[in-house]
Design a protein around this ligand. Sequence first.
Ligand SMILES: Cc1cn([C@H]2C[C@H](O)[C@@H](COP(=O)(O)OP(=O)(O)OP(=O)(O)O)O2)c(=O)[nH]c1=O
Length: 207
Amino acid sequence: MPDTRIYLVSRSVRRRELLNQAGIRFELMLLRSAERQDAEVDESCLPGETPEVYVQRVARAKAIFGANLLLQRHLPKRLLLAADTTLDLDGEVIGKPKDSADAIAILRRLSGRSHRVLTAVVAAMPHDIEPRVKSCLSVSDVTFRALTEDEIQRYVQSGESLDKAGAYGIQGRAATFVESIHGSYTGIVGLPLCETVLMLREFGQAV
Ligand SMILES: Cc1cn([C@H]2C[C@H](O)[C@@H](COP(=O)(O)OP(=O)(O)OP(=O)(O)O)O2)c(=O)[nH]c1=O
C-alpha cells in the first residue's frame, strides 16, 4: 500500500487532533534540538499589517520553514501542511497572550462583543521542479456574551488561555463564553477541515 501521509509542520496538538478527526494521515515534522533555535518563525506583526496579511504571511513562513527542512533532510516526497491562527479585533492582530495579565486584558476586551478568528492554511509540494503552493483563509465571526471579572480570572487560572490566540479555546471551557459563531468551528480551533480537505484534493491527495 503506498504511503499517502502528508507532513504536518506544527507543534499544535489541536491541529493533530483535527487531522485525526478528518482521517487525514500525517507525519509530524519534528525538530531536532539543534534546529530549534532557527526554527522559530518570526510571529511579530509588521507595522501597518492587516490581520489577513499577517496570518497568511506567518502560515507561509511556517510552510517555507518546513519545506527547507524536508529538502535538507532528504525526506520522501510528500505534501506538507502548515497553518496559523489569529484574532482580529477592530483591525488589530491579537495573538497568544504574553502572560496571565495579558490574557486577562484580552478577555476583558472580547467580553460582550464580536471579533473575527482567522486561520490561514498553506499546502506545498516542495519536491516539484516548480514547487506548487496553495493556500486558503478561513474567517469566522465569534460573539462573546458579557463575561464577569470573576469568570475571566478563573478561566485564566485554569491555564487554558496561554497557548491560544485570543487567550481562549472554544473547544474547552471557553465554549461557555460563546454566544454565537458564524463561520468554521474547526477553523476557530486551528485548522478549517472543509477547506483543508478541498485543498489537499487539488494536489491529488486521496482524502
Ligand atoms: C481562538 C482559538 C485558538 N486556538 C489555538 C489554535 C492555535 O494552536 C493557537 C494559535 O497559535 P498558532 O501560532 O496558530 O499555532 P501554534 O503555535 O499553536 O502551533 P504551530 O506549531 O502550528 O505554529 O490558538 C484554539 O485552540 N482554540 C480557539 O478557540
